[in-house]
Ligand binder design. Structure first.
Ligand code: ACO
Length: 454
């Protein structure tokens, strides 16, 4: 505790806090409980400190971190993300290299098994995935009939994944590694079929069965767009779909993966786990943002309205959808790749008329102090929607496409935490409600609570 000096600073809740600077070569921190004078040294290991040590010194005092902005909830070897440096790597391989050289199913293999497959392993993997693309016919033909004709495809998909588990009685046997892989393969194989079924239902179109001669992106595109065996996607469209799937395949402890890990930690089966992840993804702060970007660009409507819109964002009337990220504070490497990929797609499909508004919006925002000071940059959703739209997908399908890409990532995390025998997720809280009080009979209650019921 030598060579300490103190300074007073403000935390985000405007309470005075005291910080100490200790000159030391130790990779450790020292925490002192000023009520008792007791201290504890905690080693810094791999960029983290062990909360179990904190608990030894401070039982019953919780580390208050809403939104988990400073909390590591897992030790994972799947994806490395350095938000300051704009680095994203799956199992050590840079996303930029995988986007150019790999396929989606190969990336899925990498995420699940930890290594790139040999040709033989990849052939077997692709074969297994292809073998499982069909849905049970009773399920497929009846599944979405219970829904309103214009139900959002993401609601259909989420319900569909949950329902799928009922066909496989062995799903709950999650302790068996072979059974886990069998369910992982099934889910990766059937998600495009479920997603395409949701789309065709929402359009009132007949279902197109998966063609197992196709590769993964082509098979999906054909199930979506084919009318009477006439559709063959342009190679540039398949390439864009492949890149989009790869870029979305994992993103470490994001909201939907955390939802998957929390639900999976109760030893739920993988279908229910992926259902929870889909539900979390649907929200506009997360995967639902890609749909909102397009709706925002349409609402802005013209180049000349961009400045006005930015001003309204600064007045907090709107959020600039597709901007900002909890982790990336300089740039999102996925957005950089997608911005380039967008131009390749537009060369084939024609330029998306909303692109100019998007580019102008980015230019104005990146020059404005509101966005600079908060380190707000385009995220993956800013350009993905423009590409999806140019590929022919309606905005309501964008988050479904995100879910297809993210499925191997969710499952890799689910599998990893089972292998590591992770504990059930169960955070603490700071209780901020009334102290104990006695029940008041209804005729003796004087205060009326404004609960909105009239
Ligand atoms: N537009 C305007 N202001 C923003 C935006 C935005 N898109 N994002 C953040 N800010 C502002 C906040 O108002 C806040 O300002 P303040 O400190 O003056 O109040 C500051 O920047 C910090 O923002 P937080 O909301 O605290 O950041 P957080 O890390 O909690 O949220 C999030 C990150 C949800 C992504 C947020 O930036 C956002 O809502 N963005 C728009 C939705 C979006 O694009 N989501 C997709 C994210 S990528 C993905 O999930 C695939």
């Amino acid at each position: 505790m030598n060579e300490k000096h103190s300074s007073t600073s403000k935390n985000p809740h405007n309470q005075n806090t005291t910080t100490h600077t200790k000159k030391s070569t130790d990779d450790s921190i020292t925490i002192t409980d000023n009520r008792t004078g007791n201290s504890i040294d905690i080693p810094i290991t791999k960029g983290g400190v062990d909360a179990a040590e904190w608990r030894k010194l401070l039982p019953g005092i919780w580390f208050h971190d809403p939104g988990f902005a400073t909390t590591s909830a897992a030790c994972s070897s799947i994806t490395e993300l350095d938000g300051e440096a704009g680095i994203l790597r799956y199992r050590g391989y840079p996303i930029e290299q995988l986007a150019v050289h790999s396929t989606f199913t190969e990336v899925a293999y990498l995420l699940i098994y930890g290594e790139l497959p040999t040709q033989k392993q990849l052939d077997i993997w692709n074969n297994q995935i292809t073998y499982h693309t069909f849905l049970h016919e009773t399920f497929r033909s009846n599944l979405y009939r219970a829904f309103h004709y214009d139900a959002h495809p993401m609601r259909l998909l989420t319900s569909g994944v949950a329902g799928l588990s009922s066909f496989y009685p062995e799903v709950s046997d999650i302790k068996d590694p072979d059974n886990r892989i069998r369910q992982i393969v099934r889910l990766i194989a059937k998600m495009p079929t479920l997603a395409a079924a949701a789309y065709r239902f929402s359009k009132g179109l007949p279902f197109v069965f998966p063609d197992n001669n196709d590769d993964y992106p082509t098979r999906f595109l054909r199930m979506i767009f084919d009318i009477g065996h006439t559709y063959t996607p342009h190679p540039a469209v398949v390439r864009a779909m492949r890149i989009l799937l790869i870029l979305h395949a994992d993103h470490e402890q994001n909201c939907s993966t955390t939802a998957a890990r929390v639900v999976g930690s109760s030893l739920a089966d993988p279908y229910i786990t992926v259902t929870a992840a889909c539900a979390a993804l649907y929200g506009p702060r997360h995967g639902g943002a890609n749909e909102k970007v397009i709706r925002m660009l349409r609402r802005i409507g013209s180049f000349s309205e961009v400045d006005n819109f930015i001003e309204s964002v600064k007045r907090r009337e709107f959020r600039l959808m597709g901007f900002g990220h909890r982790v990336y504070k300089n740039y999102d490497p996925r957005a950089t790749i997608l911005k380039e990929a967008a131009h390749d797609v537009f060369a084939v499909t024609g330029k998306n008329p909303l692109l100019d508004i998007a580019l102008k919006l980015e230019e104005v925002a990146l020059a404005d102090d509101y966005f600079i000071s908060r380190r707000l940059y385009p995220n993956v959703d800013f350009y993905s929607g423009l590409i999806y739209q140019s590929l022919g997908f309606p905005a309501s399908m964008f988050t479904v496409l995100f879910a297809l890409g993210r499925t191997p990532g969710w499952l890799a995390h689910w599998n990893e935490q089972l292998v590591l025998n992770a504990r059930i997720a169960r955070p603490r809280q700071i209780y901020d409600g009334p102290q104990q009080r006695d029940y008041i009979p209804i005729d003796k209650r004087s205060t009326e609570t404004d609960n909105g019921i009239e």
